[in-house]
Design a protein around this ligand. Structure first.
Ligand SMILES: Nc1ncnc2c1ncn2[C@@H]1O[C@H](COP(=O)(O)OP(=O)(O)OP(=O)(O)O)[C@@H](O)[C@H]1O
Ligand SMILES: [Mg+2]
Length: 406
């Protein structure tokens, strides 16, 4: 790939001097950049080769304005370079180097299994095997334990920022774009979908005095971990029926994702991790210990027990049906696997649409088309209902957002 415009060489460059240790910089001529593998808010990510020897991921800052990288973007880039270069851990994406010219780039190890979000979409409707979920949760906990030991809060822990290894055995933490040193942090802007993983103290709607900042600490990551862990066990998006705008008031009223299908042994871990009181949440060191114990007591035949509850079953069936599909649409808009996720969400609908069209065509051309049996009629009705649901979904979403009261 040819390097396009030179975003670091523009007027705002004069106002911002990079302070990146030269040891962290690599020679861009050693890089071969290939096809695109992901798009985030700040970066477009490409598969590449370093010195023709090993594959790498090349994250290139994508300026919001086509012509220039803003100072804000340069600061974020610099912050990510500095943080990532210090994070050497098996469950954190390995940093190889960065480049300022001809473009702002971060080069890391290539993780071939895609995001955890994509992995879970591919598993749906079932959750991953419980051993696999526990293993992934343990990987995440270890990465976070390491991060916190360095005094860093991630602040954006969600399945889009976790990558699955090529052998699908492990996950690694990626994307330090909004991580920061712990200083009883202040709120940062975030997109509405990611608020589903954010702790109540971060997304609180409580009014602030002028100049006052919202305070929180590293325990916000413990809350986010709990939501990701819950997702791994249920393979449901958090709060599928709730519009993003309303999640904040819901979690601040102590509502949490449904524990109906979660094994008994894991419920206490989730409940403590997403406790409203940050001080009541455990440290990752303790979570790592609990998960290690759980995993080591899990023999090949042992099954973790999930409570049986009809009410929960119904709730889930309901969520599976319509709201779940809504959530997928909403959830994965403007996401790097947007194509995949939308294809996934739409796949079913489109497959249904096509099947529906095909059915109508078949039945019209068939000499026996008047003899459609009851089961078939029922099936057609269901398909029509789905098509109508799909059509009115945007309006329903709008209504929910306007009138939703938790
Ligand atoms: N090391 C890697 N190996 C493989 N794919 C990667 C790697 N790093 C990033 N990606 C892909 O690129 C996408 C965007 O990367 P990243 O999250 O780092 O960028 P971002 O701009 O900070 O995104 P966002 O703000 O949406 O979180 C990831 O979701 C993932 O699909
Ligand atoms: Mg990201």
């Amino acid at each position: 790939m040819a390097f396009s415009n030179n975003p670091s060489g523009n007027e705002s460059n004069e106002q911002f001097r990079f302070r990146i240790n030269s040891e962290l910089l690599l020679d861009p001529n050693d890089l071969l950049v290939g096809s695109m593998i992901g798009v985030g808010d700040y970066f477009t990510v490409y598969q590449g080769w370093f010195r023709n020897q090993f594959p790498v991921a090349v994250k290139i800052v994508q300026p919001r304005k086509a012509s220039a990288v803003s100072i804000e973007e340069k600061k974020l880039f610099q912050r990510e370079v500095v943080l990532l270069s210090k994070m050497k851990h098996d469950n954190i994406v390995e940093f190889f180097g960065a480049s300022i010219e001809p473009q702002l780039m971060i080069v890391t190890e290539l993780i071939e299994g895609g995001t955890l979000q994509k992995y879970m979409l591919n598993c749906r409707p079932s959750p991953p095997d419980v051993r696999m979920s526990l293993g992934f949760a343990l990987d995440i906990s270890r990465a976070m334990e390491f991060l916190h030991s360095k005094g860093i809060i991630h602040r954006d822990l969600n399945p889009r920022n976790l990558l699955v290894t090529g052998d699908q055995e492990h996950v690694k933490l990626a994307d330090f774009g909004i991580a920061r040193r712990e200083t009883r942090g202040v709120k940062k802007t975030f997109d509405s979908w990611t608020c589903r993983w954010m702790a109540p103290e971060v997304i609180s709607n409580e009014p602030l005095r002028i100049g006052e900042k919202r305070h929180y600490d590293h325990k916000v990551d413990v809350y986010s971990f709990a939501v990701v862990f819950w997702e791994l066990l249920s393979n449901q998006p958090p709060f599928p029926k709730v519009p993003s705008l309303c999640v904040s008031s819901l979690v601040n009223r102590d509502e949490r994702p449904c524990l109906g299908k979660i094994p008994y042994q894991i419920i206490p871990i989730l409940e403590s991790c997403w406790d409203k009181d940050p001080d009541a949440r455990p440290e990752f060191r303790e979570i790592t210990d609990s998960l290690t114990n759980l995993l080591s007591n899990l023999t090949p035949d042992s099954v973790l027990d999930a409570p049986l509850s009809n009410a929960d079953d119904e709730a889930y069936a309901d969520a599976d049906d319509e709201a779940y599909a809504d959530a997928d649409d909403e959830a994965y808009a403007d996401d790097e696997v947007y194509g995949d996720a939308e294809a996934y969400a739409d796949d079913e609908a489109y497959a249904d649409d096509e099947a529906y069209d095909a059915d109508i065509e078949d039945s019209e051309n068939s000499p026996q088309h008047r003899e459609v049996d009851e089961a078939k009629e029922e099936e057609d009705k269901k398909k029509k209902k789905k098509v109508v649901k799909k059509m009115i979904r945007p309006f329903v979403k709008m209504f929910r957002a306007c009138f939703y009261k938790p």
